[in-house]
Structure formats: structure tokens, C-alpha cells
Write a protein that binds this ligand. Sequence first.
Ligand code: FE2
Length: 425
Amino acid sequence: MLDLLITNASLPDGRTGMSVAVQAGRITAVAEGAISDAQAHETVDAGGYLLSPHFIDPHFHMDATLSYGLPRVNESGTLLEGIALWGELKPTLLADAIIERALTYCDWAVAKGLLAIRSHVDTSDPSLLAVDALLEVKRLVAPYIDLQLVAFPQDGVLRSPGGVENLKRALDKGVDVVGGIPHFERTMADGAASVKLLCEIAAERGLLTDMHCDESDDPLSRHIETLAFETQRLGLQGRVNGSHCTSMHSMDNYYVSKLLPLIAGSGVSVIANPLINITLQGRHDTYPKRRGMTRVPELMAAGVNVAFGHDCVMDPWYGMGSGDMLEVAHMGLHVAQMTSQTGIRACFDAVTVNAAKVMHLDHYGLEVGCDASFVLLQARDKIEAIRLRANRLKVWRKGVLLAETPEVQAKLKLAERPAGVRFLV
Ligand code: FE2
């Protein structure tokens, strides 16, 4: 007897009329049509809707989320005012408040089918208050969200006093990934030195690396080059990620033609954060204003694994957001002009399978043996899912139903149409 049988589902690869069988939290069969002799404790008719592996946010800041307006809002909308504002907020932070806000956000995430999040956590404060708070959140949400934490020296690992020690202490406490912010160090040379140092720490400890890298409109901010080089030098291929990489938007095309194969050859993945990059970048421009997002289609064409992150929700940098990775994908395809069908599907992958590769998630997907952690969307395929930012009808993790949202259908209240007039609805 199966625990769960889902019938008549469409899958992200385009197959329709599919059945998915679940036993003990894992997918045991995926078949076209009915699975003969299958009996289950619960059967769900997907009604032709899309069953997708759950959404993944590979770049977030959970220690800052839902703090919008504390102690004031970001008037200029710039990255630098956001960092300054976070600096004002930090001395007033309480662990309980961070935990409460983070747990609220995790509830939103589950409702949106977002079951894996990589969150950076600021390690600049020697008390490591935010680190302790998010480690506690990681423990509390473990039954329903895979929360991976990145030791993130927001004030610069070399620039801030005790930066290296604080970061290492955070890793000692159990933070999973080594972070960095080379473009915020005092000089380009310090930035490059920080990349080298942090990659060496990751190599020594056998950890993954994820740096905020070149989150700037400065075309000469080239720390991604150092990150790719150090990744190769230390044999970290496939274990390192560059986040944001917005300076690539403004770089000289000839230099980028040299850089793309370097990144691809190093196995460094890249995370763009479309909602944030479109609002924070280009703020020093008059007109035309640069978009600032990294070169997503070009990176993908070069063979680089590119994922999209939400980055911020209602914090010093961004006052919008609801944990909806389809909104992220929607913005990503607009900013990157990825409007072909292949491009739109690639944007869906950027918040699912590509992000899973960044996080090194095991048992992710819709194949036999994968975790039965998926979301049933009120959409027929990936393109419709993004177009509608589709309703999450049901969200399961390891075969357990975590969230449901009723199917939504608008009831039109139109007056009778005059003869010969057609409403295009
Ligand atoms: Fe970030």
C-alpha cells in the first residue's frame, strides 16, 4: 500500500497524464497513465496541473527579513544606504525578535512551496547574535525547510576588526558555507586578498563557498575573476558560487568574452537576484539607467550553472516580497529579456533544479528515489506557472502535506454583452 499516489499530473519536462507514487517519503514510481494495481492511503487527482519539485531560494538574508521600517526606511534605495541602515539596526537586534521574524517568513515560504533556503547570516558582530538566532531557526524549521547558512562578513572580513576570527567562530558553531563581500573591502587588492583567504578557509574545512561578488555597477570590479581562479587553484570546482556579479552588466564586452570561459571552466555557479538587482543597481546613473543584473543568458550559454535568489524580503534593502520564487523568476526573465520559450523555461529552472545544484541538495527532483518534496501548481506548464505566479494548490515534503491553497477561479460579473460585442477575456 502506497502512502500517496498523485494521478493525472503534468511534469516540468512536458510529460502529461503522469502518475507519481510515494512510499516512506520517497518517490517509488513515475509512470504515464495509471500505475496498475497501485493502492494508496491517499490519492490526489492533479487535474492536469503541474507537479514540480519544490522551489529553492539559494540566496537570502533571513537575519534581516521582515525588519522593514526598523528603525527607518531606506530613502535613497541604494545598497550603501541599506548597509548603513542595517548597521543602525544591528545594535538593537534581539535574538528572539530575529527568530520570530524568521519563523514567520518560513511560514510564508512553505505556503509558497519554498522548502530549501540558503541564507547568509552576518558574522560581523562579535556577539554572533544573529548566527545563534539563525542556527536556532535552522533547528526549528528542519522538519519542513532545508535551511543552509552562509557565514557572511557584511562589513568586510578584512575591513572590520576581528572579521576573520568572527567568521571562523561562526563556522565552528555550525554555519555551513563560507561567505564574503570582496567589493566592500577597502581596496581592490584587499578584496582579492579576502577571496583568496576565504577560499582557503573553505578548502581547509571542506566547506562550500558563496560570496557576494561584485555587487556594484563598477565595470572594473572583477573579483569574480579571482574567485574563479582560486576555485581552480584549490580544486574547489563545483563547490563555489558567486552571488550577484552585477558588475558584469557594465563590463567591457571583450573582457567578458575572456571571463565567461574562465567561470565555466572553474565550475563556479552564479546567482542573480533579479528583484534586488533591478532596484539597487544603476542608482548613480541619470539616463539611460543600467539594469545592473548579471549576464544571465550569456553565462547559461557558456555552460555556467545560474540560479535566481530572492535576496531580500521587507528589510533595509527591499520593502517588497512574499517568498514567491515564481515572482523572482518572472522578474528575472524580464530583466534578462529571456522571453523565448526556452528562456522562460530556463528561468523556472533557475529557481528549482539550478538552485538545487548550488546548494548541493540530495534527492531533489521527480525521479524514482528522490524525496517526495514537491508542489502542485495551478498551471499546466513552467511557462504558465511563471506567467500567473501560479497558485500553490498543495505542498508536500517527503510525502507529508504541509500547505494547501484553494484553487482560484474568478467569477465574472459582466452585464449582458450588447449584440456583436465580444469581450476578449
Ligand atoms: Fe545578498
